[in-house]
Design a protein around this ligand. Structure first.
Ligand code: Q9C
Ligand code: ZN
Length: 372
């Protein structure tokens, strides 16, 4: 399988994130993508290639140009406004109750992006878990190019291709970044596929978290069906979207399927949810599926609470490929660094109909145990 990778992600060099006001060692770090890259290289069955530049148009086809400008300028603005912090996070968010009683027209007029960069980060951001540093914009642009190059490979005739996107994307909405995500790589890819093929496209999101951004972007669209298996937002980020009763509106009515799972979800629970998700995808026409692939469903993931093991990734990859559609597979989350490479190898080999044997050098067994 062809793998698209760019070293530009290394510039999004994060070591701290804030969780409920406390600085903690970051989860979404460069080592994640490097672990996956080296495991795929060691496998020998994957061809790594770099992305090609697709410019800004495919991004603004999905995102507010104001978000793009903010992300481009934020770091230099922080510096020129005398903010010497190691990373940028918001000062203040516009909580909806701040505007209670105001008409939509008044809000349209009065609620706008301020000049202060801590206010700008609040205007465009969802949470404090997506620290922005000097290389973030270039890395986020490269992740989009990785996704679009993966699309090119598949539209060019490959049955499946994998984009090693970092930073991830599925929490980023039309006019919002957050949850370690800046541009929504999968949504940009899905939209580009609809434009290139005129066909309907499905997004299968198997990251542990609900892809609120992807859901938001396609909420009213009939040409992109979004299907997600994730932790119930009642207990987990992003908390305010991801429930089963969110099904889309207008042209998009019935095109959004959320499958929330309880804490402790097992391989069997997950495969049952996978079959439901695949049924919803098989029910609509189209020849391409975009997979938002996360490994934060793994039993040892530091921020997840599912109980999946490596062999179930192989089986999920196999079942997704059994749809008989072409696959644009894009990396989202997954934070247990020792297992990421093997989990990615297992999933992708499953998707290619190849068997999976753990690499001895990975110090790793498919039952989920990690040596050391
Ligand atoms: N206790 C993705 O997996 N909250 N994003 C972290 C940790 C943000 C996850 C809190 C989680 C975002 C792409
Ligand atoms: Zn996630």
């Amino acid at each position: 399988m062809q793998v698209v990778y760019s070293p530009a992600h290394l510039g999004h060099d994060i070591d701290t994130e804030t969780v409920m006001g406390l600085g903690i060692p970051a989860n979404e770090v460069a080592e994640r993508a490097e672990k996956i890259r080296s495991a795929l290289e060691a496998d020998g069955g994957f061809d790594l290639t770099g992305p090609t530049d697709h410019g800004e148009d495919p991004i603004t086809a999905v995102h507010d140009p104001g978000l793009v400008r903010f992300l481009e300028e934020a770091w230099s603005e922080a510096r020129s406004q005398g903010i010497g912090r190691p990373f940028l996070a918001a000062d203040t968010y516009p909580n909806r109750a701040m505007f209670e009683g105001m008409s939509p027209e008044a809000m349209e007029r009065l609620v706008r992006e301020p000049r202060h960069v801590g206010g700008r980060a609040g205007f465009w951001g969802l949470d404090t878990a997506a620290p922005l540093v000097a290389g973030t914009y270039v890395a986020a642009r490269a992740a989009v190019d990785v996704a679009l190059t993966t699309v090119d490979l598949v539209l060019g005739g490959q049955t499946a291709a994998y984009g090693l996107c970092r930073p991830p994307g599925h929490h980023a909405a039309r006019a919002m970044y957050g949850g370690y995500c800046f541009f929504n790589n999968a949504a940009i890819a899905a939209h580009a596929i609809t434009q290139a093929t005129g066909e309907r496209v499905a997004i299968l999101d198997v990251d542990y978290h609900h892809g609120n951004g992807s859901q938001q972007i396609f909420w009213r669209r009939g040409d992109v069906r979004y299907v997600s298996i994730h932790a119930d937002p009642e207990r987990q980020y992003p908390f305010f979207l991801g429930r089963a009763d969110e099904t889309g509106e207008g042209e998009g009515a019935g095109e959004n399927l959320n499958i929330p799972l309880a804490a402790g979800a097992t391989n069997a629970d997950y495969l049952e949810a996978t079959d439901r998700a695949l049924e919803a995808i098989a029910a609509v026409p189209g020849s391409v599926v975009v997979v938002s692939l996360g490994f934060d469903t793994y039993g040892l993931d530091p921020i997840g609470d599912f109980a999946l093991t490596t062999d179930v990734y192989h089986e999920v990859g196999r079942r997704v490929a059994a749809l008989g559609r072409r696959l644009v597979i894009l990396q989202e989350g997954g934070y247990h660094r020792p297992s990421l490479g093997e989990n990615a190898r297992a999933w992708l080999r499953g998707a290619e109909g190849r068997d999976f044997d753990p690499l001895p050098s990975a110090g790793f067994s498919p039952g989920g145990a990690v040596a050391g």
